[in-house]
Every structure is written in C-alpha cells, then in structure tokens.
Design a binder for this molecule. Sequence first.
Ligand code: ZN
Ligand code: ZN
Length: 444
Amino acid sequence: MDTIEKKILARIDARREEIIAFGRDLFDHGELGYKEYRTAGRFAQVLDGLGIPHEDGLALTGVKGRLKPQADGPVVALIGEMDALRIPGHPHYNPETQGAHCCGHNAQMAGIVGAAMGLCDPEIMQALEGNVLFFAVPSEEYGEVEFKNSLMAQGKIRYGGGKSELLRIGAFDEVDMAVTHHASNIGTAIGGGTSNAFVSKVITYTGRAAHAAGAPHEGINALHAAMLGLSALAYQRETFRDEDHVRIHPILTQGGDLVNVVPDCAVVETLVRAKTVEALRHADAVVDRAFRSGAMGLGAKVRIDTVPGYLSTLPLERLQALEAAARTAIGGEPTVLDPRGHNNASTDVGDLCHVMPTFCFNTGRVTGTGHGTDYAMGDEYEAYIVTAKIFALTAYHLLRDGAVEAQRVKESYHPVFTLEAYRGFMDSFIRTETVDYETVDYGN
Ligand SMILES: [Zn+2]
Ligand SMILES: [Zn+2]
C-alpha cells in the first residue's frame, strides 16, 4: 500500500460514523425513481460541505459533482443510484414517499459520499492525473410506468432509465469510464456477466360502462378484454426459447371502479425482457399480438404504448484497478464473478456498457430477499465503508502514475454505439398503437 492509498483509507475511516449515518438516513427515506429530491439534496449538501462543485437537476434529480473544477486527463465517474422501491410491508418503508430501499441503492450513495470524503484532499487530488465525478443518478428501478410515461408526455424525460436519460441529454459526454456498485449477499465481488434487455408497455383497454347486472349486454367489459389478453400471453410462454431468457411479468393497475358497473377501463403494465436485441424485438411483437387479441375477443378498444427500457449488460474485461482496490479495501481476495453468467433482471448500467467502459463491484452481505420485505444491510461496515473505499481506491488506481491504466482501458474499449446511434436505437422502440375492434366491420 502506498502513502496515498493509506491516506485515502484513513480519511474514509475517520468519517466512518458520518458515512454510515448517511447510508442509514437514506435507508429510512427511500424515494421512487425521478422523485429522489430529498436524496439528491442530502448528497448535494455533502458535496457543498467538501467544497466540491456540482450540477443539480440532471434528468430531474441527478447530481454530478466534479472533484476538480477543471482537469486534463481521463474522467472517471463513480455512480450512485438514488431510487428505492414501493414495498409497503418493509420495516423501513416511508409512507410519505412510498419508498423502501429493498435493492440497497442507499449503499451506493453512501459509497460515493465516502469516496468523495476520501479523495477530497489536495495531496490526493494532485496524485490523480485526471478527474473524478461523483454522480448520483435517478431512476434505476423500472416501476411506476404510467408516471414515467406522463413525464415523457410532458417532455421532462424521453427514456425511463435514469442513466439512459442522462446519456441522452449528454450528461455523460465528458465521462471516459464508469464504476458502478450493487449491494449483494455474497460479500465483496467484482465483474459479472450479462443481463436482460427490456421494453416497457402500458396496455389500456377501453370498453363501455353499463349496469353490471341490469344491462351488461349494453356494456363492453374492459376487464374481461384484459384478462383474455393476459391469457393469450400466458399461452405464448412455451414458445419462447430457453436461451433467449424471455421474462414477461404483467400487473393489472386498473380493472374497474365500482362493482355494479361494467368496467369500461382496464390497464395492464408489463416489462418484456430478453437476452438479445433480436429476441427482444420478437417478444415485443408477440406480446402486442396477445394483448390485441383480448380487445378483439370482446369488441373493445386497446391502446399499447411501448417505450424502450434498458440494454443488456456486457461482460467486459476484468479491471485490474478495481481488483487491486477491492483487495486493498478488504485485505483479502474478492470473489470474481463468472463473465458467462446471465441475470434475467435488467439494469440501465447495460446502457452505459454500450457507450463507455463500465465496471461493477458488489459488497454488503445483505440479508433477506432482494426487492422483498425482509431486505436488510447485513453488514453496514461492508455495505457503506468498504464500498466507499473500493470506489475511491479504484479511481486512484486508474488515475495515478500518468493515468496509465485509465488510458489503457480507454484505448482497449470499442463502443457498441456512438451516442447518436444509441439514441436512434432507443427511439426505434417508441410507439403507440391503437386498435378499436368495436368499430371493425366483419362484413356480416
Ligand atoms: Zn432493484
Ligand atoms: Zn438495484
């Protein structure tokens, strides 16, 4: 360990209680995607306290701090996701915001706060031959599809994922590489494989209201149309190939207002996920066909709004800087995850991977179920402090000695998309389709 590494670790240890308190505070005040105003404010406050300049309100709530106001050399972004999930049964559920941190994003935030505290020192900054960004990003969880669609309709965002939207608006333009973190139950780990890509849909069935018992023949039951669409989709499941990892998990968000009235509106939200773009496009079309059939069967109207979700993560090279940082932070060997592994879930870290070198590590020894009511930080020291240390040391390892490692990473990476191509790809999924089977002339 060199003197700078020692100093970084000592600075983080000295503010250990403060960093843990920050992580706990967020755990008690979870906020949902694109609504993380308090979280962003708390983060901005810490940056202010350290004298780190920052831009706020990026993609509504994002906050980007720059360790140095200006610097030559590579720019490394340390990423912290801000959003939580709506899980009312969780003991730390916040009824005011409807958020609970059942995915542990609060640990990412504590990590970048601690890294900022560790690196914000003249001697350390001088040893970094490039710049470090502390980037608090909105909306990684893909919930509240209708809310996101309303933000899109108002022109406040175009893409549902926070990183996707930040890429779109150019907030990552200055960034050469990104380091991300996720809490996990396996202790400190680095690397990883692929994840699913997805699109998001809202399917709105419109029927006609009538007395449910006195005159159902005068109505068109939108709930029944939705159920028929869901059944058609269920019958499709066996047709998806195992290797495509298709996952479709609809929920019904509206299915009637009053029990003695034929429901004239039913709304289904779903994500459609698959491992590859080709499989995703196929599943996307099959799902639309199934939902159309529900409206056709009942003579209802259906509107299908589709927007792009996230791209799949790519298995990138093992980052030596991250491995060395993890080793120093824990005083042992981190677990190295199999790059051939596949996760059927999705993350907008995938979008970053397609545009810039992006590396991930895990810490936390969390207990309970991810996205479940019993989810908890099993080891706060590891979740918050080790995370901060790995973030800070990785930035140092990338940028020390003429930033030679960061330069090597930059040169060996070949982006899948330019930013313009990325936007074009994302936009190719956006569409609204309306079919009204009530007015279809069947020729009889
Ligand atoms: Zn999650
Ligand atoms: Zn997560």
